[in-house]
Ligand binder design. Sequence first.
Ligand code: FAD
Length: 588
Amino acid sequence: MTDRVIHPAKPLDVGIVGGGMAGLYAGLLLQKHGHRVRIFEGTDRVGGRVYTHYFTQEQDQFFEAGAMRLPQSGFQTYTFDLIDWLRQFRLPKDRKIKLIPYILSAPGNRLYVNGVRGDGYQVTSTTPASINWEVPDEYKNKTAGELLKTAIGPLIEMLEDDFDQGFRELVERYDNFSFRFYLVSVIGWPTSVIDFVETVASQTNQFALSVPEMVMQNMEFNTEDWFTIEHGMSRLPSAMSYLLGYRNITYGARVTGVRNEDNGNVAITAVGYNGRIEAKFDRVILAIPPAALKMIADRPRWSIPKELAIRSMHFEALYKMGLRFKTRFWERVGPKSMRGGQSTTDLPIRWIVYPSNGIGGDGPGVLLVYAWMTDATTWLPLTPTERRSLALFCLARMYNGEVDTKTKKEIDVYDLLIGSSDAVWSAKTSTGDAMFLPGQFNSRFEPGRKPEGNIFFAGEHLSRHHTWISGALESAHQAVRDMIGDVPPLGPPVGQHSDQPPQIDPKLPPTNIELNYGAPILLGSRGDDATPKVEYRFTPHEPLFRIGQGWPVYEGSTAPAFPLHLGGDARHPIGVELTDLAGPGACE
Ligand SMILES: Cc1cc2nc3c(=O)[nH]c(=O)nc-3n(C[C@H](O)[C@H](O)[C@H](O)COP(=O)(O)OP(=O)(O)OC[C@H]3O[C@@H](n4cnc5c(N)ncnc54)[C@H](O)[C@@H]3O)c2cc1C
């Protein structure tokens, strides 16, 4: 992006907005190169769209409300290298990371489309004839996979020899085309064939996305080996935040203002229920989705292309519900049992994902329903109980009346349900995932990534591999390179070398400092090395608020550090909210 090689002589104080994967990665990378960071996170937790919901603390009783699987492809090395890097440190037991295989597709997975039941293991082996889908005769016996390969295969080949060059050509030639338009006008498919392939191999309206977007998505899913994290994906951000240092993150702090100052500093305002912080940094990284950035009204107006990128970069809705049942009945339905993978249906639930953790377990188990795009949006207006009823109705269609080979009882999903929890991502500013419309790689991508003075930008949407954790990490690496020069990404130890473990927080003593309600207080200044270098003021909102619990002082310094929690913002909640509902099985 930029060929500046800066390597600043003095450590920088960098403010990072957003404690998702991009913000955390940027923080660790900057710390590794000797810079000081402070992350402002609007919610009570780090991880953003990486979020494991634990129904109970017992083994495998969780569902991934956000990211759940990691393809081991050449494009995803950022994530695997990060995991190797993290594993060289001594992490607390509950933050240790172990990869286990993720099963993308398994024998027994079902297809239930157009009222016809079929085999969903090789879902792309479905033909129009097998599910009574009306198409012209010459397409009747072609599989969805064959069809898709003829259409997209040559485009994927463009990227194989030289990805950067191939991607540039792809964007030049086809970025203004929707994939549907490409299929009609270049490949010459009739609408009925396009609809068939989209229904079976994709989600509703996905072919409205741009050609490069669909090529990237198909390419990433065309991976053999997949992994997930034992005990939940949240271990990844949790390990990162541990190494970053507890005292370097302020939770419950929604950033509402970002301003460039004449001397090059960048000022930030963060608010929470407990008060407001005004702080000045040498540099700032905005590691938040464009929808969240758009809602920071108190910020400079940037160039037209930049503002357009922020306003229009397209995000699609994502919806997930985890349902906890008394048994893993889906693994015990005779020859059609499934151990991992997912079933596909045109019922509202669209995909049923069978977890890859705890396969074969005897106790309760969790499966999840997962919808993207238009299939996700349609869940939004429903109440939590309506959503749960709908999911159960669909699951009953798929399983009720079959016999559990272990209990010999008929399956009744209503009776088996212990509880559910769902994540309507698009209802909050974290939103779904970036999926570009025609023209957006061409016109929105570079302006979106471009630094503005000492303000830098990161987030999955700013990588060509967006919609993946690796994309978020790549974007953060790019933002750090733009800031301090061409440093390598976080990677596994080379030979005997291993990175020094970052300094972990000592036990933080409380202070006795009291604040006067409403009066801004200068808490730190750009001083010598012993005190925090960042100038910041805290204005409490809450008359009873005292600096105390959770408010540390730096070791060897009497100056109080930043508050660790601003209390969150009840008026403008950020981040996804999970809705938990108990089921009949919970009473037993
Ligand atoms: C349902 C779902 C399934 C997914 N599946 C996969 C998968 O299987 N594999 C995979 O690799 N990827 C998957 N992804 C994508 C992956 O989770 C994301 O690409 C990645 O986590 C995005 O990280 P980020 O840091 O860019 O953004 P986020 O995770 O959105 O982080 C942004 C952070 O900023 C905070 N924030 C927002 N506004 C403010 C503000 N004003 N002030 C302070 N803080 C603020 C938010 O609370 C959040 O913590 C999935 C995503 C979803 C939603």
